[in-house]
Each structure stands twice: as structure tokens, then as C-alpha cells.
Write a protein that binds this ligand. Structure first.
Ligand code: FMN
Length: 195
């Protein structure tokens, strides 16, 4: 007879887990995606204790609203040694959610993710695209790889030549939007940085 393992209830709520536009947070993982370290913002917003986070797979904070395509693209790029930027909705321990724009970079022995709070007009559009894609993943049982193709095709229709262009424009949009909210002198490149 196997031992019963009690799991935390997988609840999700409509409450947002707050963090500031001025806060940046990061986590590091090993090459398989197990969390090896992070900063205090990451720990606070996740609402987990450090001993619940460390050495655990990063999907501990996965939100069910996230289309699988996004994680497929994320891992596809970082396994090739390429950085990736992605909008991610995460779930805190109490079921509340928080959105981030994450930049994940391969580093020695694993990966580093740095995140900021998104607020650009592009982010509003992406939330709608994710909803549509999630529904398609459920309705026609798209594999993550196939769903990633659907996402890339849609981004192409929206004028982004490829994912790299999309993520770079997204990062610049979020940096500019963040400068505005924080009333900082623009520190970021202008929107036309990429043509
Ligand atoms: C450095 C790094 C950071 C990650 N950050 C997150 C994150 O914040 N939220 C998340 O859901 N997945 C994150 N992931 C992806 C997870 O490893 C995983 O692919 C994702 O949660 C999907 O899990 P699933 O395949 O069990 O559905 C991260 C991966 C790496 C390598």
C-alpha cells in the first residue's frame, strides 16, 4: 500500500496578490526548473515559506489560467541557451494571483528569472489572447507544441514577425509603462527602438 500524501488545495481566487511597480523580483532554478534561490519580494508575493519553495519545481506557483503554450515556448528557448521574456500569471499560496513580465536567462547550472509588474497596453491585449488560447487548448485538446504554433501564428497576425520581436517589444513597453507609473525620467529605449 502506498503512503497517502496530502496536497494543499488547488484553489484560485479573483484576488490579486499585491506588489509594487518599484519592486523587482527574481528566482533562480537548476537546469530542471527546481527553485534554488530568490529574493524577498519573490517569497513574500508567493506567500510560501522558504522551506516550501526551495528545491521545489517552479510550477508550485503555476496558475491554471496560463496556457501551456507559453511554458512550451519558454523551455524551448532556454534549453537552446536563449533568453526569453513572457507574461505569466502566477498563483500565490492562498489562491490569489499576480501577473508578471518575466525575463528568464540561462546561467551557469540553471536559469535566472527577473520579473516586473506589467501595465502596458500590450499587456491588456495579451491577457485576452491567453484567454482565447487557454480555451482552445481545452476545447480541441491542443498539445503544448501545437498550441505554441497557434500562439506564434497569432502574434504574427498581430504584426510581430517572431517571438523574439514580440518579447523585446513587450519588455520595452513594460519598461516605458513602469517609468510612467513611477514618474521616473524615461530610462528605457523609445518604442521605435525596434523597427
Ligand atoms: C527560471 C524559471 C522561472 C520560472 N518561473 C515560473 C513562474 O513564475 N511561474 C510558472 O508558472 N512557471 C515558471 N516557470 C516554468 C515552470 O518550470 C513550468 O514549466 C510551468 O510552471 C508549467 O508547469 P507544468 O508543466 O507543470 O504545467 C519557470 C521556469 C524557470 C526555468
Amino acid at each position: 500500500m502506498g503512503t497517502k500524501i496530502s496536497k494543499a488545495p488547488q484553489i484560485s481566487t479573483e484576488h490579486e496578490s499585491p506588489f509594487g511597480f518599484d519592486e523587482l523580483f527574481f528566482s533562480r532554478t537548476d537546469s530542471r526548473g527546481k527553485i534554488t534561490s530568490g529574493n524577498t519580494v519573490f517569497q513574500r508575493v508567493s506567500q510560501f515559506e522558504w522551506d516550501e519553495l526551495l528545491e521545489k519545481p517552479h510550477n508550485i506557483i503555476r496558475h491554471p489560467d496560463m496556457p501551456r503554450a507559453v511554458f512550451w515556448l519558454l523551455w524551448d528557448r532556454i534549453r537552446k541557451g536563449l533568453p526569453v521574456g513572457a507574461y505569466v500569471k502566477n498563483r500565490s499560496k492562498d489562491g490569489s494571483y499576480y501577473w508578471v513580465f518575466a525575463i528568464v536567462t540561462p546561467i551557469e547550472d540553471g536559469y535566472l528569472s527577473v520579473r516586473l509588474k506589467p501595465s502596458s497596453a500590450l499587456f491588456a491585449g495579451v491577457q485576452q489572447e491567453y484567454r482565447t488560447l487557454l480555451q482552445a487548448e481545452k476545447d480541441v485538446e491542443l498539445t503544448p507544441a501545437r498550441s505554441a504554433e497557434v500562439l506564434l501564428k497569432r502574434l504574427n497576425e498581430l504584426g510581430f514577425r517572431d517571438y523574439e520581436i514580440f518579447m523585446t517589444k513587450a519588455l520595452i513597453s513594460e519598461m516605458l509603462a513602469r517609468d510612467k507609473v513611477l514618474e521616473l525620467e524615461p530610462q528605457s529605449p523609445t518604442e521605435n527602438y525596434i523597427v
